[in-house]
Design a protein around this ligand. Structure first.
Ligand SMILES: Cc1cc2nc3c(=O)[nH]c(=O)nc-3n(C[C@H](O)[C@H](O)[C@H](O)COP(=O)(O)O)c2cc1C
Length: 187
């Protein structure tokens, strides 16, 4: 697939075939992510592919976190079950985190570089006929959730990539503002 076509046609996809992506397929995506630009070549991105027991542990924490924040009058067990079930949407889940840098300027740069690496994974998946999306679930803002996926205190979480083979048609293109609304050409 041509690059501009891939950029324009990638979509957030939430319906997947349930077969997990094979490791060699994932490796191709991560291999592409290696080429993300990053200042001082810190290569700060970290990806963790969740196996079945890690996913189960994350689901348990997600249920607990969601139930504890359930609005008054709602059923906490139901709210918890819904949150856990969302982690079953895709056959392959990958956490994205960035190694923290003690220098705040470099830390911000590394976070940005990791976001680029995450996008490369999504774009490369799309270019290979796969699908995915970037999610920032509440459970990965919770210390137990972060611990469940083995992310250390020296890392900052950017999110969770849902990956798999798409089921059905891709969602329609979302409305985007024209370049004149966000680009300024200065003298
Ligand atoms: C940093 C980031 C966090 C996101 N978090 C979520 C999320 O938690 N849940 C969700 O459904 N989509 C999430 N998305 C996906 C966006 O909602 C999606 O990209 C947007 O609707 C545009 O659609 P598109 O990806 O098809 O172009 C996230 C995207 C980014 C970049």
């Amino acid at each position: 697939m041509e690059l501009f076509e891939a950029i324009e046609t990638r979509r957030t996809v939430k319906a997947f075939d349930q077969s997990p992506l094979e490791q060699d397929v994932l490796e191709e995506l991560f291999d592409a992510a290696r080429w993300a630009p990053n200042h001082k070549l810190t290569q700060p991105w970290r990806f963790r592919v969740l196996g079945p027991s890690t996913r189960a542990a994350l689901k348990a924490v997600a249920a607990k976190v969601a139930a504890s924040g359930a609005p008054d009058g709602s059923d906490p067990d139901l709210i918890g079950a819904v949150a856990a079930k969302k982690l079953d949407r895709a056959p392959t889940l990958v956490t994205v985190s960035s190694i923290r840098n003690p220098d705040p300027v470099l830390d911000a740069e590394d976070y940005a570089a990791t976001a680029v690496a995450a996008y490369i994974v999504l774009l490369a998946a799309h270019a290979r006929g796969l699908a995915g999306y970037w999610r920032t679930p509440e459970v990965l803002r919770d210390s137990d959730g972060i611990a469940a996926v083995g992310i250390g205190a020296d890392e900052e979480v950017l999110g969770l990539l849902y990956l798999g083979r798409p089921l059905g048609d891709l969602p329609p293109q979302t409305e985007r503002a024209g370049t004149d609304s966000f680009v300024t050409y200065l003298d």
